[in-house]
Ligand binder design. Structure first.
Ligand SMILES: [Zn+2]
Length: 311
């Protein structure tokens, strides 16, 4: 259950779509909703900008976190989510903008009162990450166990490397698709099948099998890059052409995302992990302009703390 008493929404109208913006204080248990918590691609954060990747999917009363980029714990509490309710986390791949706050999130949930097991699914490197996170915080963890009477933190976490073709979270069936996002090898798209079918692309370059993976899905959440901004981003970060090459070869151009959405015949496309995403109106208009009239499917351009009803 989400805990707070009041829930306010603000209706925002965009040229092609309507959506509800999540506000602090959720009123009641909700069914089939998606909260985009952090929507920028890449790990850097800047004043007034967007935050790295994380999303909360509420499907058939299961609450599933997808990725745990920087800011995830604060964003979850801001939408009224109690951290002690964390139960299932899916990590798409081991780029820091997708899991930098995973350890701190679980630690904070533990200090908030979490005692039941959290299952974390994703690349096998998560096992090493978690063990080393525990090691890095051992002074604090031991102290809290000894002097506050908390249960051992390591007991409440189970890391499950993605191996099987599918698994179940409650009544929801989850399928995986390995996607190309060089130089990383273990990168996954996830499909959650319950009363709605929701697909997250994860980070990937253009990959046509994603179209059949998300065939007739209710929602396809796909990463995207606007190619004309690549040079500007490289200049802003002060890095070399290596970054330019990575951006060009490891992400999906917006027009290619639209192609995937058309091929998949999904009912709704959500553009997520936006590169760039400086959270300015001017930049959002550029995204919108590049979508207008190119697809009949309903398209939502991701924004931090956006609440999207799925039913
Ligand atoms: Zn990545």
């Amino acid at each position: 259950m989400f805990g707070s008493k009041r829930f306010k929404t603000q209706r925002i109208t965009c040229k092609n779509n309507h959506y509800l913006k999540a506000h602090i204080n959720l009123q009641k248990a909700i069914k089939n909703e998606l909260f985009l918590l952090g929507t920028k691609g890449g790990p850097a954060i800047r004043p007034k900008g967007s935050m790295p990747s994380s999303s909360l999917l509420v499907l058939d009363n299961e609450k599933i976190l997808i990725d745990a980029g920087l800011g995830v714990a604060k964003s979850l509490t801001e939408i009224g989510f109690h951290l002690s309710e964390l139960s299932n986390i899916f990590i798409t791949h081991l780029h820091s903008d997708h899991y930098l706050e995973l350890g701190p999130l679980i630690h904070t949930a533990w200090t908030t009162g979490l005692t039941k097991k959290i299952k974390i699914y994703g690349p096998k490197g998560l096992i090493d990450y978690w063990q080393k996170f525990l090691l890095s915080m051992q002074y604090d963890i031991k102290n809290r166990i000894k002097n506050e009477g908390r249960i051992p933190l390591k007991r409440i976490v189970k890391i499950i490397p993605v191996k099987k073709k599918f698994l179940k979270v409650g009544k929801i069936k989850v399928k995986f698709l390995q996607v190309p996002h060089p130089p990383l090898k273990e990168c996954y798209a996830y499909k959650f099948i319950g009363s709605k079918k929701i697909v997250f692309s994860g980070d990937t370059r253009y990959f046509e099998p994603l179209a059949s993976f998300s065939k007739k899905s209710d929602v396809l959440v796909h990463e995207a890059i606007l190619p004309k901004y690549i040079d500007k981003i490289v200049k802003k970060t002060g890095l070399s052409l290596k970054l330019k090459k990575h951006l060009e070869s490891s992400h999906t151009k917006l027009q290619e995302v639209i192609k995937i959405a058309k091929l998949s015949n999904c009912k709704k496309l959500i553009i997520n992990h936006l590169i760039p995403n400086d959270n300015t109106l001017k930049q959002r208009r550029v995204w919108q302009k590049n979508i207008n009239n190119k697809i009949n499917t309903k398209v939502i351009i991701g924004k931090d703390k956006l609440r999207i009803k799925l039913s």
